[in-house]
Design a protein around this ligand. Structure first.
Ligand SMILES: [Zn+2]
Length: 434
């Protein structure tokens, strides 16, 4: 009697018309790093994974929608741990383009590529908070989930210029009120740029970055830092930075830095495609004609980056030769850090002009494999690790209790990482993305 009462209570606790979907009979790459498992099915109720396991053991509840995934590969949605949304229109970037519509449109582009979560790192205006609030109200957005650092910090009169999208500070005293504002906005992270543009400008000095990081910490906020140089990486890690938002690019990393990063339990984001984008268009890369790219890029942008004018401007840039070397260095450092057990999250710095949202994340994964990481490592860095980096407990892997953010692929990405591009469908919280 007691048993049946308990059973009745459990039945009553279930929503009467819970939306239930069952994805059947696929090969699962769950994002944890576990080997791929063939013949798996998954029950998704109201957008969350209720059960996942061998197809024979997964019974579809009555009334469930069945999504036959026979012959397909299913992996978690990709998490881009360093992107930018809302500030770019074609080849221009600035706060005047920053609208809710533009943010949502770009999050839609990311989602269409299977990039279901994006950390927008430091160039966000107020509309981002409205988009984020609406997304989190339901947990089931129509486009990629956005995380934001709001406006990041640069040095007044230094590099990069604030462009109306960053806070330019001249002294440590100016920091606390800004951090207070960011905390009120509940930013997901704080961002600092420490970059003197190859010695041509001034960068945020340690006496300011240390205060930003510690003031952020006081309010429970983590700080990601844009660095280029080894010494700046050492400094900000010692100051308590949570992440290096780019690779060290002026020299090879060494054991001292690696030990430091690991001691502080900090993250590395490599942004290899950001380096590639500084020179590759001079060489007319084949990907500019790849339908997987061109379907999402405006004809104006394609025409511009393919034009002789744009290419020759890039070729004659005084940093052209150096930019090649920076990518090589970044790849070498990524491999060394990954092998040494530094936590890596995949990030691209996509979003600014000609840094193509969605496409670049797939290209980044390819470059990470070229750097010497295995496809499995790269997938974990792009899924589970991204979620851990963000502190998003219900994202990143396809396990019971998580949101069903997933990509259905025609081909196995563990055989060739480029197979992440064989997208058959993308789901966010169990809803199919257009
Ligand atoms: Zn960036």
């Amino acid at each position: 009697m007691r048993v049946s009462n308990a059973a009745a209570l459990i039945l009553l606790a279930l929503p009467l018309f819970a939306e239930t979907k069952v994805f059947t009979n696929f090969t699962l790459i769950d994002g944890t790093g576990k080997p791929a498992a063939p013949g798996v099915s998954m029950i998704v109720v109201e957008g969350k994974i209720q059960a996942v396991g061998p197809a024979a053991r997964i019974k579809a509840p009555a009334g469930a929608e069945i999504i036959d995934c026979s012959g397909k590969f299913v992996m978690p949605g990709i998490i881009n741990s360093h992107g930018h949304v809302g500030a770019t229109l074609d080849m221009e970037q600035g706060p005047k383009f920053y609208t809710k519509e533009n943010v949502e449109k770009q999050l839609g582009v990311y989602a269409s590529y299977g990039v279901t979560t994006v950390m927008s790192l430091g160039t966000d205006m107020d509309p981002v908070f409205e988009v984020r609030a609406e997304e989190r109200a339901t947990g089931r957005p129509k486009f990629a989930r956005v995380y934001t650092a709001g406006r990041g910090f640069t040095l007044k009169g230094g590099n990069p210029p604030d462009q109306g999208m960053r806070y330019a500070v001249a002294s440590p005293e100016e920091v606390a009120p800004i951090i207070e504002k960011l905390a009120r906005q509940k930013v997901d992270m704080v961002k600092i740029w420490v970059d003197d543009n190859f010695g041509r400008g001034k960068k945020v000095p340690p006496e300011i970055s240390s205060v930003i990081i510690s003031e952020a910490k006081k309010r429970g906020l983590r700080t990601a830092v844009h660095i280029v140089d080894y010494q700046d990486a050492r400094n900000v890690i010692d100051e308590g930075a949570y992440a290096l938002a780019h690779s060290v690019r002026d020299r090879e990393v060494d054991q001292a830095l690696i030990d430091d990063i690991k001691k502080h339990n900090a993250w590395q984001i490599a942004t290899l495609t950001r380096e590639l984008s500084t020179y590759v268009f001079a060489e007319s890369p084949a990907f500019l004609s790849d339908p997987f790219l061109t379907r999402s890029v405006s004809p104006v942008v394609l025409q511009t980056v393919k034009s002789e004018k744009y290419r020759s401007a890039m070729r004659s840039s005084r940093d052209f030769a150096r930019n090649h070397e920076l990518l090589t260095m970044a790849e070498k450092n990524l491999k060394r850090e990954s092998e040494a057990g530094v936590k890596i999250a995949m990030g691209t710095d996509s979003g600014p002009p000609a840094r193509f949202q969605g496409f670049f994340e797939h290209l980044e994964m390819e470059l990470m494999v070229e750097s010497g990481l295995t496809p499995m490592q790269v997938i974990v860095d792009s899924t589970r690790n991204g979620a851990e980096f963000l502190g998003a407990k219900d994202l990143g892997t396809l396990e019971r209790g998580k949101w069903a953010d997933l990509i259905v692929l025609d081909k196995n990405p563990l055989e060739d990482i480029k197979n992440t591009r064989t997208i058959q469908a993308v789901y966010i919280a169990g809803n199919k993305v257009n």
